[in-house]
Design a protein around this ligand. Structure first.
Ligand SMILES: Cc1cc2nc3c(=O)[nH]c(=O)nc-3n(C[C@H](O)[C@H](O)[C@H](O)COP(=O)(O)O)c2cc1C
Ligand code: SF4
Length: 320
């Protein structure tokens, strides 16, 4: 499947259509228009977003590209009625968001594969640039798989430390604008050395915190906004996991290693060109991970901008 696939796969049932125009009003790419009092496909491109299908009061529209089992959840009964703006419980939503905490203590209990599959389905519900839906998820369903990835990441950081310990090389790269090595050396190198020592000498896992499973959130080549798409799906997964009783922790060190070392991606069966944007350690939270409350946040930075008084020619026009 091409990433920017704009093929039109909308079908209109003319018998059912009453010509209300609702599907046309919500279409982002002028795929549909009204002809002789009925909706017709008149554009040559479609985002396949499904707005037309979801808005039609007559069930007269179907989008073939969306007829599949991508959202067949296995571990819970999904509700498929649409919630209008304002209909959801905002207090409950914010409580869920605040209750999700990075989990660094896991029980020695495997995560069922169905739960992992449902989590990546939850990831799929995120928005994506040009509706590319470019995600590719790699599931590590066992502790053994997580440890094997940990070994590869440890080897990557051993090599990186050997490179950054050469101060002349660091300075030279800084001079040509490659400051990452110097940044790493100043901020993370010592912690990485300690973590590697613990991993090798005692098996203590300060990278994945002993997690029995992991999800790698990847993006296939050609996406319009790969970083944003991946992180939106990731946040959905983190929240979904908390609701499902699972603890999660993002592992930035693993992302750095996987972005910079194509051999690790190859070993995990990730095709060339596909990037790894997030690594989520997950599992059932240990006894230590019980909180008594919800802490605050650092000071809010927020500003309001109002335009200067000159009038724009567009003021007063409607959005449609
Ligand atoms: C991009 C990113 C990378 C992170 N990498 C790590 C990591 O490598 N190891 C870790 O223990 N936590 C990692 N975290 C978790 C943060 O430390 C954590 O989100 C933060 O301290 C706030 O705590 P909370 O998630 O419990 O609210 C990462 C978080 C983000 C957003
Ligand atoms: S929303 Fe449904 S009924 Fe209304 S014009 Fe479109 S296809 Fe016809």
């Amino acid at each position: 499947m091409k990433m920017m696939d704009r093929t039109v796969s909308v079908e209109i049932d003319r018998e059912r259509c009453i010509g209300c125009g609702a599907c046309i009003a919500v279409c982002p790419s002028e795929t549909l228009s009204l002809k002789d009092g009925k909706a017709v496909v008149s554009g040559s491109q479609s985002l396949s977003c499904g707005h037309c299908e979801a808005v039609c009061p007559q069930a007269a529209v179907s989008v073939r590209a969306l007829q599949n089992d991508s959202l067949d959840f296995q571990t819970f009964d999904p509700r498929s009625n649409w919630l209008a703006p304002g209909a959801a419980d905002v207090a409950g939503l914010v409580q869920l968001m605040r209750s999700r905490r990075s989990c660094r203590n896991y029980r020695d209990r495997p995560v069922p594969r169905d739960a992992l599959q449902d989590l990546v389905r939850i990831g799929l519900t995120a928005p994506s640039g040009s509706n590319c839906q470019p995600w590719a998820f790699t599931l590590l369903p066992s502790r053994q798989a997580v440890v094997r990835l940990g070994d590869m990441i440890a080897a990557f950081f051993q090599r990186l430390n050997r490179t950054t310990d050469r101060s002349l090389l660091r300075q030279a790269l800084k001079l040509i604008g490659r400051r990452e090595l110097d940044f790493y050396y100043r901020n993370y190198r010592d912690a990485a050395v300690e973590a590697l020592k613990a991993w090798e000498q005692t098996g203590r896992d300060v990278l994945f915190h002993g997690a029995p499973a992991a999800i790698l959130v990847g993006v296939r080549p050609g996406a319009a906004c790969p970083g944003e798409d991946a992180l939106l799906a990731t946040q959905n997964i983190l929240l979904g996991a908390h609701a499902m009783g699972l603890g999660t922790c993002l592992i930035g060190f693993a992302v750095s290693a996987m972005k910079n070392d194509p051999e690790i991606r190859k070993q995990l069966g990730i095709p060339p060109g596909e990037s790894v944007q997030a690594v989520i350690a997950l599992g059932y939270p240990g006894r230590e991970e019980v909180y008594q409350g919800l802490p605050g946040r650092k000071p809010l930075v927020s500003r309001v901008w109002e335009p200067p008084p000159e009038k724009s020619p567009n003021e007063g026009r409607t959005g449609g």
